[in-house]
Design a protein around this ligand. Structure first.
Ligand code: F6P
Length: 328
């Protein structure tokens, strides 16, 4: 804990957007204003800090956004911020306004930037986990995951209808460059026969064998949900292999893509974004600095930014077993 008092807080959204980021911005701004602080929005992530695109926010600045996907502050991945000179420029732009606290809503890449910045300069940072991938340690939820996974479930349910009508095998690719949570959650929730994720080695021969075995039993409708970052490859790669081995099976590919990143946030995402946003400001005020605000077991949980960027969440082995047993 540190004693320094904050009086002016900047807030930004960085990295890939996620539904609920607006709800988090709203919570940060309104909590700060409630405590009599000056609140500033930074446009396009760290780019706005480097390029001095920073503006004062009032209560009305965040009106009517809790239900909106995307982010009113826009987002970007900023190369200049990787360099010390860029971070120094950013610091000068905050300092000239007297901004003495920063809330960064984003994923681990964004937290890495915040960590470096907070070590070099006297501006404490708070991270809020905003990513659809749910790949950040120290929190049960990340802002946007619930919405993204529900979007995937809705889409996969629709695919199952047409798969069923034609007795087809569908290979569906969901997002997750390094993490398989969207695949795992949406796959279990839609009764997928196979779920392929980056965290687990994909035994493609086993997948083929299992499809052959199902065919013998006249189980012809099968869904394979694959995370885009699976080490075997995405849906196209998996389909190429399966079609090569089982050319007679009617197979189609569907890549869900960025629809998973958009849309109105679910109740859960709005709720966690509101709680995290509120606690981000409270943390700065009580001197709990350079932490990520998360939620564990329905309680607020604070992880030093160092640890939030180092570790990923762990896949629950039991879940993989459940997939196998239930998809017979
Ligand atoms: O936000 C994380 C993520 O959605 C990954 O799952 C995905 O690989 C990536 O972003 C896509 O990023 P971009 O929109 O920059 O292509």
């Amino acid at each position: 804990m540190s004693d320094s008092k904050v009086s002016k807080i900047g807030v930004l959204t960085s990295g890939g957007d996620s539904p609920g980021m607006n709800a988090a911005v709203r919570a940060v701004v309104r909590t700060g204003l409630y405590h009599g602080l000056d609140m500033y929005g930074v446009m396009r992530g760290y780019s706005g800090m480097v390029e001095d695109d920073i503006f004062k926010m009032e209560s009305r600045s965040v009106a009517n956004i809790i239900q909106r996907g995307g982010t009113i502050l826009k987002t970007a991945r900023c190369k200049e911020f990787f360099e010390y000179e860029g971070r120094k420029k950013a610091y000068d732009n905050l300092k000239k306004r007297g901004i003495d606290g920063l809330v960064v809503i984003g994923g681990d890449g964004s937290f890495n930037g915040a960590l470096k910045f907070s070590k070099e300069f006297d501006i404490p940072c708070i991270g809020l986990p905003g990513t659809i991938d749910k790949d950040i340690a120290g929190t049960d939820f990340t802002i946007g995951f619930d919405t993204a996974v529900n979007t995937a479930v809705e889409a996969i349910d629709k695919i199952r209808d047409t798969a069923d009508a034609h007795d087809r095998l569908f290979i569906i690719e969901v997002m997750g460059r390094d993490a398989g949570y969207i695949a795992l959650h949406s796959g279990i929730a839609t009764g997928a026969e196979h779920i392929l994720i980056p965290e687990k080695k994909t035994d493609i021969d086993q997948v083929v064998k299992s499809l052959q075995e199902k065919e013998k039993r006249r189980k012809l409708v099968n869904l394979i949900v694959v995370a885009e970052g699976d080490e075997f490859g995405g849906a196209e790669e998996v389909a190429k292999h399966v079609k090569g081995k089982l050319p007679h099976i009617d197979t189609r590919v569907c890549i869900l893509g960025h629809i998973q990143r958009g849309g109105s946030p679910t109740c859960l995402d709005r709720l966690i974004a509101s709680r995290m946003g509120y606690h981000a400001v409270e943390s700065l005020m009580v001197g709990r600095h350079n932490v990520m605000v998360g939620i564990q077991n329905n309680k607020m949980h604070y992880t030093p930014l160092e640890n939030a960027v180092k570790a990923k969440q762990k896949i629950n082995e039991e879940w993989m077993k459940i997939v196998k047993i239930l998809a017979s």
